[in-house]
Design a binder for this molecule. Structure first.
Ligand code: ZN
Length: 139
């Protein structure tokens, strides 16, 4: 069995962002040389997500609006977590809803997606350096 590991780095200008990372994940698979296997992609921070869905601008805004309704950033005083001096309690909650990681099958060297599936990095407390881990195993 072969294995490959890579980290992607992000530093978003905004607090929240939704970034299509499908091409970067496929590039990692290409580098790995693995043709049949599994690809794990996970956010390495507890205020960011990796998830799979459609790359459609209306939907991305819908996610942001929906997450802000579920866990509004402000007022920051509404969250016990922020009593620690942090202001990112909402980001922890948004991460929980959108998930930590995805695992995708690799077939003939390509991400084996269903229709319209794309891999996204969801940032909920950006404006600093953060990482995503890609781990690929197979033959
Ligand atoms: Zn926190």
């Amino acid at each position: 069995m072969r294995q490959y590991r890579e980290e992607l780095w992000f530093h978003t200008k905004t607090r929240r962002a939704y970034i299509n990372i499908t091409d970067k994940v496929q590039a990692a698979i290409d580098k790995s040389g693995i043709k049949e296997g599994l690809c794990l992609v996970n956010a390495m921070h507890i205020s960011a997500s990796v998830y799979i869905n459609d790359d459609e601008s209306g939907l991305l805004q819908d996610y942001d609006d929906w997450l802000e309704k579920l866990a509004p950033h402000e007022p920051i005083s509404q969250y016990r977590h922020n009593r620690t001096g942090e202001d990112n309690a909402d980001a922890h909650l948004k991460r929980q809803i959108m998930g930590r990681e995805v695992t995708v099958a690799i077939t003939k060297g390509k991400l084996d997606f269903g229709p319209w599936e794309q891999i996204f990095y969801g940032e909920f407390d950006g404006r600093r350096d953060k990482r995503v881990l890609i781990k690929i195993i197979g033959e």
